[in-house]
Write a protein that binds this ligand. Structure first.
Ligand code: HEM
Ligand code: SF4
Ligand code: SF4
Length: 699
């Protein structure tokens, strides 16, 4: 192993090349960086009054988990009041009332689901602008898209279960969407024109999906967090308790709304929807249902494609950490420190006596640089910022500066604050840190304790480390290690005896909202007021409570307002006459295949002597006030041997109308007839159905 003390003298005079950073991980980086800076500024601004630990927007993924957990628990509790049947669902919900325990549990269930969606969207926005989707992070991103789709679908099925007017829209839209796919022989949508026909089994299936799919969230989360070590799955219990208290209070003050009972014959003029989950309804009420599939799946596919649309394909060798086996003594510290679970210990390849050697998994390493600081023997390093070379270069620059009388105070600035070396604003950092020689390092924890010891031993008066303290810091919890190593709480520990007894190091969190504080911290460090300086944030408990209250109020408005969105039903108010029928055309004898037509076919397509048995098309005649229209419906099935099905909708003017319906099931058949007077009322469907078993029925 090379002794670093020797190296200073060996390299002091040699000119060293500056490192060449890998190309950015994403396209349009400057645009992302601009938005990220605004978000970081907002975080810093909020942190003046509220510590990060108490700000759910700063831990949106973990806060979403709390909201989802509350939704699951309150959902199970709701089973004490809810009756999962088409007939009794609505009455069981409406009998809960607004100001009862059941009504309160229902409101907690609804608002916690809404809050979960809000936090998930905040989480997505933060992750997106922090550019944490490219390269190896495609897996958490794509699984996240799946998770958001799953959470949305669970919410969508939940609104079906109320069986009120919005539930009717949800059910009809879902059926029409299913009917747009070539899956079911008989369209399901035609069952949703009359209360009597709505299938209760399907309602039960929806209930089961709503109950069981939350298990899928657990599976999805396991995949989602596979590539993250020590994931922040849940926030501090105090924040979880505050979220629950806020939801409980909101549910007490603002009961969950319930519309009129679903009535298939009614076109309600307006309803209250929960925009967090029912926004697709707004599209469904206006657009064709196949279009809605395209919109839903198109959006999901676009979202899932973000890592490839915005990310850059970079050669792993350009940015991922590399192990030098000859220098690895199998201490496993890098394995424990990597924030992305990217390092494992594998069998040795060099025959040395150590039991194993470190291995960097190219499918997981994001190139953060934290592991370089874990290794006392410089056995792991970034290819573009090789520890030994860069430490030597920094030593050379320090030595050169000292020969011309520059102060011997050194600052290591975590380059991830400025999004890497290419965007590193060296001049601005020098202005922020007068009297310091400023050096770029990939991330704060890159600075090895042994290197700090070496610098102090060689006459540097103090080493200041400026750390990226942003909520979505690129190196995640890896940023903490530098401090822990220097204080002796984590290996490799800082040893003052190797630094001529000096403790003159200092770690400062950089707050983009208060850059001036850095200068103050640096000055205090130089003045010897502190050797271990983190910007103290002493907030009066009253200020914290007030800020927490304001944030809670803002979150409550943001959650509840979209949850009570009144929307007008865009369906025309004019009455409609609907004839929904299922009729069996007459069976037709097998016909003889036309020999001339058969001979004209290519040889491999010939061979049938008769047509397959099939049914005649069914003719339907609708006469309204003496005006007759006619339609012919082919039998369903590949061989046209099934029933003919259709739904005929005809707008009417309000008032009485003489209507006659005729069904003719074949060329020789006698027409089956129904006549009656329909008193058309605005916003109503006047439905007549026909089925071979029951004949005509006025619904
Ligand atoms: C049910 C919804 C979701 C929950 C509960 C959730 C939760 C979490 C949690 C707890 C973390 C770990 C955060 C940390 O410890 O630093 C995380 C990371 C992550 N999430 Fe989500 N998430 C959800 C949805 C999404 C969605 C929709 C996306 C994007 C489309 C997404 C993208 C990511 C990414 C890329 C990471 C890794 C961040 C990193 O590498 O530092 N998540 N998520
Ligand atoms: S920290 Fe260094 S020595 Fe220890 S396992 Fe990792 S590479 Fe090997
Ligand atoms: S560079 Fe970062 S992600 Fe890659 S192995 Fe090292 S610590 Fe892990």
């Amino acid at each position: 192993m090379i002794d670093a003390t020797e190296r200073v003298t060996a390299t002091a005079s040699a000119p060293m090349a500056t490192p060449r950073p890998p190309e950015p991980a994403v396209r349009f980086e400057s645009g992302f960086v601009r938005v990220e800076r605004i978000l970081a500024w907002l975080d810093g601004f909020m942190a003046r009054w509220l510590p990060h630990e108490a700000n759910p927007l700063a831990h949106a993924g973990a806060a979403a988990n709390v909201a989802l957990s509350i939704a699951i628990v309150s959902g199970v509790a709701l089973l004490g009041w809810y009756f999962p049947s088409l007939q009794f669902a609505y009455s069981s919900v409406s009998s809960m009332g607004a100001h009862t325990v059941g009504g309160w549990v229902r409101a907690v269930h609804r608002y916690s689901s809404d809050l979960a969606m809000l936090f998930v969207l905040v989480h997505v926005a933060r992750i997106f602008f922090a550019r944490k989707f490219s390269g190896t992070r495609w897996l958490p991103w794509v699984s996240g898209v799946g998770l958001i789709g799953l959470v949305w679908f669970i919410g969508w099925t939940g609104y079906w279960l109320l069986w009120d007017q919005p539930a009717q829209q949800v059910a009809v839209t879902s059926m029409r969407m299913l009917d747009a796919l070539p899956i079911f022989g008989e369209p399901l949508g035609r069952l949703y024109v009359a209360d009597r026909m709505v299938p209760s089994l399907l309602f039960f299936v929806v209930f089961f999906l709503h109950m069981l799919l939350p298990l899928g969230i657990a599976v999805g989360l396991a995949v989602h967090l596979m590539r993250v070590s020590r994931a922040d799955l849940f926030p501090h219990w105090k924040m979880a308790a505050a979220l629950f208290a806020g939801l409980a209070l909101a549910a007490l003050l603002v009961p969950a709304p319930l519309d009129e009972r679903a009535q298939m014959a009614l076109k309600a003029p307006a309803f209250t929807v929960d925009a967090w989950y029912l926004t697709p309804l707004a599209l469904a009420l206006r657009f064709q249902h196949a279009g809605l599939w395209v919109a839903l799946f198109g959006t999901m596919a676009l979202a899932a494609a973000v890592p490839w649309l915005f990310g850059r394909r970079r050669a792993p060798a350009a940015y991922q950490a590399v192990v030098e086996p000859a220098r690895c003594h199998a201490c496993t510290q890098c394995v424990q420190d990597c924030p992305f679970d990217a390092i494992t210990m594998v069998a040795r390849t060099d025959g040395k006596r150590f039991p194993a050697q470190a291995f960097v998994d190219p499918a997981k390493c994001v190139g953060c640089g934290v592991c370089a600081g874990s290794c006392d023997s410089e056995g792991i390093s970034l290819p573009w910022f090789d520890t030994r070379k860069e430490e030597a270069r920094i030593e050379t620059e320090i030595a050169a500066a000292r020969t011309i009388g520059d102060p011997a105070w050194v600052a290591f600035v975590a380059g991830d604050i400025d999004s890497g070396l290419a965007l590193f604003a060296a001049t601005r950092w020098r202005e922020r840190l007068p009297h310091f020689q400023v050096h770029f390092v990939p991330t704060a924890s890159w600075a090895r304790p042994k290197f700090v010891e070496l610098l102090l031993k060689n006459g540097v008066k103090g080493v200041l480390i400026v750390r990226d303290a942003r909520v979505e810091a690129a190196a995640r919890d890896g940023n903490r290690w530098v401090q822990d190593r220097l204080t002796g709480d984590r290996k490799p520990v800082y040893r003052p005896d190797r630094a001529a007894g000096s403790l003159s190091w200092c770690v400062v969190d950089f707050d983009p909202a208060r850059p001036a504080e850095l200068a103050g911290a640096a000055a205090a460090f130089r003045a010897g007021h502190s050797t271990e300086f983190l910007i103290p944030r002493r907030r009066h408990p009253f200020v914290v409570a007030l800020a927490g209250g304001v944030l809670a109020l803002a979150l409550a408005v943001a959650t509840l307002a979209p949850s009570h969105l009144p929307v007008a039903n865009p369906a025309p108010a004019e009455p409609e006459f609907v004839f929904s029928f299922r009729a069996l055309g007459d069976r037709l004898e097998n016909g003889i295949v036309d020999a001339a037509l058969e001979a004209a076919k290519p040889i491999h397509m010939r061979g049938r002597s008769t047509e397959k048995p099939h049914r005649a098309a069914v003719t339907v005649r609708l006469t309204i006030n003496g005006v007759t229209q006619e339609r012919s419906c082919r039998a369903k099935g590949i061989s046209h041997d099934g029933p003919a099905l259709d739904e005929w909708r005809q707008p009417l003017m309000p008032g009485p109308h003489a209507i006659t319906l005729e069904i003719v099931t074949g060329p020789q058949a006698t027409p089956v007839r129904w006549s009656g007077t329909v008193h058309a009322e605005p916003r109503r469907l006047h439905v007549v159905t026909f089925d071979p078993d029951t004949g005509f029925r006025v619904e």
